[in-house]
Design a protein around this ligand. Sequence first.
Ligand SMILES: C[S@@+](CC[C@H](N)C(=O)[O-])C[C@H]1O[C@@H](n2cnc3c(N)ncnc32)[C@H](O)[C@@H]1O
Length: 252
Amino acid sequence: MTLPLAPSGLAVVHLVGAGPGDPDLLTVKALRLIQSAHVVVYDRLVGEGILALVSADAERICAGKQSGHHPLPQDEINALLIRLARPGRRVVRLKGGDPFIFGRGGEEAEALRAHGITVEVVPGITAAAGCAAMAGIPLTHRDAAQSLRLLTGHLREDHDLELDWGRLADPACTLVVYMGVGTAGLMARGLIGAGLSPQTPVAVIERGTTAAQRTCFGVLEHLEADVERWQILPPALIIIGKVVDLAPRCAG
Ligand SMILES: C[S@@+](CC[C@H](N)C(=O)[O-])C[C@H]1O[C@@H](n2cnc3c(N)ncnc32)[C@H](O)[C@@H]1O
């Protein structure tokens, strides 16, 4: 099925979530858009399996980003999208996971709208949901966690992690840390210092939902040493909380 183009005169950019890696986790809408795109601007997190589904006629532009290494700074990505958007052209900005969860989709949408460009956001399965499902970890559970928090472990310009440890150290809340492998020790010390049990179960999921997924289990007090010992490769996600103990240990 082909998608209708926006009414003439209207420039549109589709901010599309590609999910955490497995192409089968794309939404039907995301698939339709990438199959009928004229231009696809994609992130490093978008893998080959998904890029293989992009229309062969589409122009592909990699705006890949990795912590500490930014081939295209965010303002240049914004400027590129603004330049590409024009009436009659289907521009897809394809992002790993969900565009509005640690994906800088909010900034891109703001910049585009400020230039009169219409933005359509297509949600994707965020890494927390995809990785937890594949590892068999229910993120909430009546007996183990009544709430869920998604955090970033990424340091802004070498500042300390500016997190409210007192509020995060809640044994009834599951914490999912994105971009947190490099700061796992800071995270563990902050949480234990604020009263969370050092024995709180932890899982680290590497390349979740792909054929190369690896899931490692431990406890909070050993997280820093374990991450080093396991030699975790990006992208990886950390799940902290009692729900981790509900996973089948053969997962991953
Ligand atoms: C810039 S954030 C993008 C998050 C994305 N927008 C989402 O909703 O999942 C990148 C971080 O997401 C996490 N991540 C994304 N895909 C992952 C995967 N397949 N397995 C494990 N972690 C993943 C990692 O923590 C990675 O450092």
